[in-house]
Design a protein around this ligand. Structure first.
Ligand SMILES: Cc1cc2nc3c(=O)[nH]c(=O)nc-3n(C[C@H](O)[C@H](O)[C@H](O)COP(=O)(O)OP(=O)(O)OC[C@H]3O[C@@H](n4cnc5c(N)ncnc54)[C@H](O)[C@@H]3O)c2cc1C
Length: 298
């Protein structure tokens, strides 16, 4: 039997073993992936899907790791990040065709440069189109799902499929694409006034810088907003702002953010999440649902 790493490198040259996923998450938290690969072409990705199918290795796509809490035990199997051919953007009039590896702020910037409106709200949202489609990334001004015309994905046999908008359910930070490996999307923008678009983009960035603890290791909002309320308001009212467990603390700047400010383990963050949910439930009777996705082993 060959070394699995040799077999992986035969289809995807950029492959390593025991890669710490803390390097691939905006939380800077997470144990190792058994194998971590960067697929740069469609041929590499097809080969990778088939190899993982044949060997029964779980295949886990990762984007920028900006909505993930990876367990301290890491992820078994192969973690893949889409690069190269999956990081390209092209336009046909007001339609954008983008690879799943394109960063959301880059998408917003490229649209703004061409005077195309509709994607301004993504200017300050970290992450890739692939991750953004899974989580239906958005703000009160809009969400990625509302721009989608179709999504391209590859299945375990290395076969490509196009999923049209009417077959996809997008809701608040959720889509029914989970379980698919998304490789790209076709998005519908609209012609707009370049000055207005640029202004909206700047407004988004300024508002975030004022309210969010940018420059710290975090995953954005930890909890979804419950209907008619704000998770941050509830956490703050529960007296938990600034509360620390181990190397993690509830941000003193924004109570719906948890910061890894001193080599936090995933277990620290999980304990802080549990404490918050328990306290908010006791004080206000509200069940907070997490927005961050917890993956991997403890
Ligand atoms: C400072 C900060 C602010 C944020 N603000 C917002 C905000 O305003 N609104 C918002 O919605 N989110 C926000 N987030 C969360 C995050 O930006 C989004 O959820 C983003 O869309 C995640 O993209 P990602 O590429 O990092 O996905 P990851 O975190 O890497 O992955 C998320 C999920 O998607 C899956 N996935 C990733 N790529 C693919 C693919 N190609 N095919 C199939 N599955 C895939 C992963 O397996 C995982 O299950 C914020 C995060 C941070 C750190």
């Amino acid at each position: 039997m060959n070394d699995p790493l040799d077999d992986l490198m035969a289809v995807v040259p950029k492959a390593v073993a025991r890669e710490p996923l803390a390097r691939h998450s905006t939380f800077a938290i997470g144990g190792p992936a058994d194998y971590f690969v960067e697929a740069e072409t469609r041929e590499q990705l097809e080969g990778l899907c088939r190899l993982c199918r044949d060997r029964r290795w779980p295949l886990f796509p990762i984007g920028q790791g900006s909505n993930l809490l990876v367990g301290d035990g890491g992820i078994r199997g192969v973690v893949v990040r889409l690069r190269g051919a999956f990081e390209t953007i092209s336009f046909e009039a007001d339609v954008l065709i983008a690879g799943a590896g394109v960063l959301l702020p880059v998408l917003a910037k490229e649209c703004a440069k061409r005077g195309l409106a509709g994607a301004e709200f993504l200017a300050g949202v970290p992450g890739t189109i692939g991750g953004g489609l899974m989580t239906n990334a958005g703000t009160p001004e809009g969400d990625l799902g509302s721009l989608v015309r179709s999504v391209e994905a590859v299945n375990a046999d290395g076969i490509w499929e196009t999923i049209l908008r009417d077959k996809i359910d997008f809701s608040y930070r959720r889509s029914n694409l989970a379980g698919r490996l998304v490789t790209g999307a076709v998005l519908q923008l609209r012609a707009g006034n370049p000055r207005d678009i640029a202004e909206l983009v700047e407004k988004q960035k300024t508002r975030r810088a004022e309210k969010q603890p940018l420059g710290t290791y975090n995953c954005g909002s930890v909890f979804k907003n419950p209907p008619g309320d704000h998770a941050a308001r509830l956490v703050e009212a529960a007296g938990l702002k600034g509360r620390r467990i181990g190397g993690a603390r509830i941000s003193p700047k924004h109570a719906n953010f948890i910061e890894n400010d001193n080599h936090a383990a995933a277990a620290d963050v999980k304990a802080l999440i549990d404490l918050t949910r328990r306290t908010v439930k006791e004080k206000f009777g509200v069940d907070l649902e997490t927005e961050v996705w917890t993956v991997g082993e403890d």
